[in-house]
Design a protein around this ligand. Structure first.
Ligand code: ATP
Length: 310
């Protein structure tokens, strides 16, 4: 199985404001991290700290200004073939299940394409078997019914399960999940996170979990990496970072979230269900106000489809 490593990654953007001289924004500045098989690393930090830019570099949507990305110690080559080989091994689940699926294609089509393109299936019989296996793995069924539906006929949670199934179709070894539940109704967030956790165990996946939510970061990840203004300010085993934060910024994040010694941080599912807002941090305005979080690149179903198929 595969270890994904980012070494001294950096991304600069040139910013041109009206009346201002162009300047360089260091969106990501010298970030290194390792995600090992069967392990989940949570990347946390407030809006604009550079988390999504790291995801975009790791999935090869954006070229780093500096630094390296390696799989099992090997650098990633450039060009279409190398990118396709890489994306077979490293897949991504997007934030917004309402726009990451192509609205004009039935679910069958959206799952079959990555299976065929990455050579997972060759015959019709294999196709049917693999489609059912994929739907089973995300707890969706009956298969014939789901496969015939269009995205608008599914709930947000069902769509995110399909998006996860599509990411799993190439049989990746690394999964990057960028705020995978923040657009979903609070009542189903835990289910989807539990599903990702189960899949991680069953498939020995290396998972990078990007989130604002310290409680789920602690519960679902072995390590937490805290980012601020493009840099890592603290990292360590999840419980250590949450219960004994060292950097003042991490202390601030933890203070702004529910009491780390409280049940909420233990992520008791019963309590979560009874008071669904208990895990909503100040950075997380809730599904109704999250429109602005849906960035153009995650909004674009074509990008999500491209990642699964090329
Ligand atoms: N294409 C771009 N051009 C210019 N600046 C960009 C671009 N993409 C991101 N940025 C800037 O880079 C910084 C990091 O953005 P990024 O989206 O990575 O943060 P984030 O931590 O993922 O935030 P959020 O949690 O809100 O998604 C921000 O200041 C953002 O405005």
């Amino acid at each position: 199985m595969t270890t994904l490593e980012a070494l001294h990654l950096a991304k600069d953007y040139q910013i041109r404001g009206s009346g201002l001289r162009p300047h360089i924004l260091k969106a990501v500045d010298d970030v290194s991290l390792v995600v090992r098989p069967g392990e989940s690393v949570a990347l946390v930090g407030e809006s604009g700290s550079g988390k999504s830019t790291i995801a975009k570099m790791l999935i090869r949507l954006v070229d780093p200004t500096a630094g390296d990305i390696t799989l099992d110690g090997e650098r990633i080559g450039s060009g279409h073939r190398a990118t396709k080989r890489y994306r077979k091994r490293v897949q991504m689940v997007f934030q917004d299940p309402f726009s990451s699926l192509n609205p004009s294609l039935p679910i069958r089509h959206q799952l079959v394409r990555p299976l065929r393109i990455h050579g997972i299936v060759r015959t019709r019989a294999e196709e049917e078997r693999e489609l059912r296996r994929l739907l089973d793995s995300v707890n969706l069924g009956p298969a014939a019914e789901i496969l015939a539906k269009y995205p608008h006929e599914l709930s947000g949670g069902q769509r995110q399960r399909i998006a996860i199934a599509r990411a799993l179709a190439p049989q990746p070894e690394v999964l990057i999940a960028d705020e995978p539940v923040s657009m979903l109704d609070v009542s189903i967030r835990l289910e989807i996170l539990q599903l990702l956790d189960d899949l991680k165990r069953q498939r020995n996946l290396a998972v990078l979990y990007i989130t604002h939510d310290l409680a789920t970061a602690r519960h679902f990840s072995t390590q937490i990496v805290v980012m601020r203004h493009g840099r890592v300010v603290e990292r360590g085993p999840s419980s250590d970072v949450i219960l004994n934060p060292i950097h003042p910024y991490t202390q601030l994040l933890v203070r702004a979230a529910p009491d780390p010694h409280s049940e909420a941080f233990e992520l008791d599912p019963e309590r979560y269900r009874r008071s669904p807002d208990v895990l909503v941090t100040p950075d997380d305005p809730g599904p109704a106000e999250q429109g602005h979080w849906a960035r153009a690149w995650t909004d674009d179903a074509a990008v999500a489809e491209l990642l699964a198929t090329a």
